[in-house]
Unconditional design. Structure first.
Length: 264
């Protein structure tokens, strides 16, 4: 039992869990064997080896489209983080403001994006701006709402203690509520990170000249299923990288707070 506990601690220190890696490799192996044994045509379902070959063979073209999608996703995600955090703070601090705008935020999520995306292109043209707006619409809601929820569900005992010590409402909010709401904020950020690349690809489907969404559409029309899977692989990898980046930042921030760091 002691050795097992030590192994778990060592795994947490290295930050690597090999179980999902091994499980993913097992799925790929089963996929490859099944496609090979049943002689499945490549245009229906290519083997993982064929997908890797297409990825290597088309890497220059894929890189060109990937850079476009990354730019759209990063700009939209950055805008959603800035405005989502700001409005989350406002909703957490001002109850009247929260009651006023929260239903509007919910309403924005009930309208399908495939309806909004053509309107954004009609309003903003075929450039990068409508793609950024789509990514913003996808990522903004989880950031703002989860952060506001965390700010309104803080420890009441800490608030009472600071009140007795003569702290102002804003100081209580800054010292007590914001640090306690950070896990909620990072939960929203991780959700937004997984949606960012997908939102950019979705926007490119509606109208664009470059991007992974455009490349995917062309691959489907030409029945190049191997290239299509390579495109999907890049989207998955980019989403995982964004998610892990947010997760790493969360660990650093939480470690700083645990070790006695103070917010100024």
């Amino acid at each position: 039992m002691k050795r097992r506990s030590e192994n778990i601690k060592a795994k947490r220190k290295t930050g690597m869990d090999w179980l999902p890696v091994a499980f993913s490799l097992a799925i790929l192996l089963i996929w490859h064997v099944a496609v090979t044994l049943h002689d499945v045509p490549e245009f229906i379902l290519p083997s993982p080896v064929k997908v890797i070959e297409e990825l290597i063979g088309s890497w220059e073209l894929l890189l060109e489209h990937t850079l476009v999608t990354i730019t759209e996703a990063f700009l939209g995600l950055f805008a959603s983080i800035v405005l989502g955090t700001a409005l989350g703070l406002a909703m957490g601090y001002f109850e009247t403001f929260r009651r006023m705008v929260y239903p509007l935020f919910v309403m924005t999520q009930t309208v399908p994006l495939f309806v909004l995306a053509p309107l954004f292109i009609l309003w903003f043209g075929f450039g990068i701006l409508p793609k950024i707006v789509v990514v913003f619409m996808v990522c903004f809601f989880p950031i703002a709402v989860t952060f506001a929820q965390g700010l309104t569900q803080s420890d009441g005992g800490m608030d009472d203690l600071l009140t007795v010590m003569g702290a102002t409402r804003w100081k209580i909010f800054r010292i007590s509520r914001i640090p306690q709401a950070l896990p909620y904020l990072f939960s929203g950020l991780k959700i937004a990170a997984t949606y960012g690349i997908v939102g950019a690809v979705l926007a490119e489907w509606v109208g664009a000249q470059k991007g992974l969404g455009v490349f995917m559409t062309r691959a489907m029309k030409s029945f190049r299923t191997g290239v299509l899977f390579a495109d999907v692989l890049i989207i998955v990898l980019l989403s995982l990288i964004l998610y892990k980046t947010v997760e790493r930042v969360e660990q650093m921030v939480c470690r700083h707070i645990t070790n006695g760091g103070k917010m100024t």
